[in-house]
Design a protein around this ligand. Structure first.
Ligand SMILES: [Zn+2]
Ligand SMILES: [Zn+2]
Length: 164
């Protein structure tokens, strides 16, 4: 599973992938959606390369959103649920609260286009309030990335496994 490796290394890879492709021929995606998609793609690629045999399936966390994505990683016998949240300064439309029923066994990657700001900090406070713990973070002038974990995340999600 991706997050059993070095968190700093994972965030470094994600940062590189996002910054390399952030301005690649996008037609209409806002920056928040671009960072969410790029983070999820790189996470999936890296997971499948590092753990051959696991499956990683992407979906929208909610059908009306392009900024909130999910990745379900099945690496027998455990299924991990990852939420990827794309945010951008000046684009504060969507709330940052993980799905209540899954919070305890979810991993969350927050990818914010731009430097840390008060909106990002307010959203992070909500994640803390929901019981998630920040494992690591990485900052650059163009991107702020952080990785969060619910208390039961390492054990995976029985309900998510049943849906496979
Ligand atoms: Zn901001
Ligand atoms: Zn679940």
């Amino acid at each position: 599973m991706a997050f059993s490796a070095s968190h700093a290394e994972i965030l470094g890879r994600l940062e590189q992938a996002v910054i390399a492709h952030l301005e690649d021929g996008w037609v209409a995606e806002p920056h928040a959606a671009r960072v969410a998609l790029l983070v999820r793609d790189e996470l999936r690629r890296w997971t499948q390369t590092t753990y051959p045999g696991c499956t990683a399936e992407g979906a929208a966390l909610d059908p009306g959103s392009r900024r909130r994505l999910s990745l379900t990683i099945h690496s027998a016998p455990v299924t991990h649920r990852v939420e990827v949240w794309g945010l951008a300064c000046g684009d504060e439309k969507e709330p940052l609260v993980p799905d209540g029923g899954h919070v305890a066994h979810s991993w969350v990657v927050v990818a914010h286009h731009g430097e840390r700001c008060r909106n990002l900090e307010a959203r992070e406070a909500k994640l803390k309030g929901a019981g998630l713990k920040r494992l690591d973070a990485r900052e650059s002038p163009r991107l702020s990335l952080s990785l969060w974990m619910g208390a039961a995340a390492p054990d995976g999600c029985p309900a998510c496994l049943a849906q496979q």
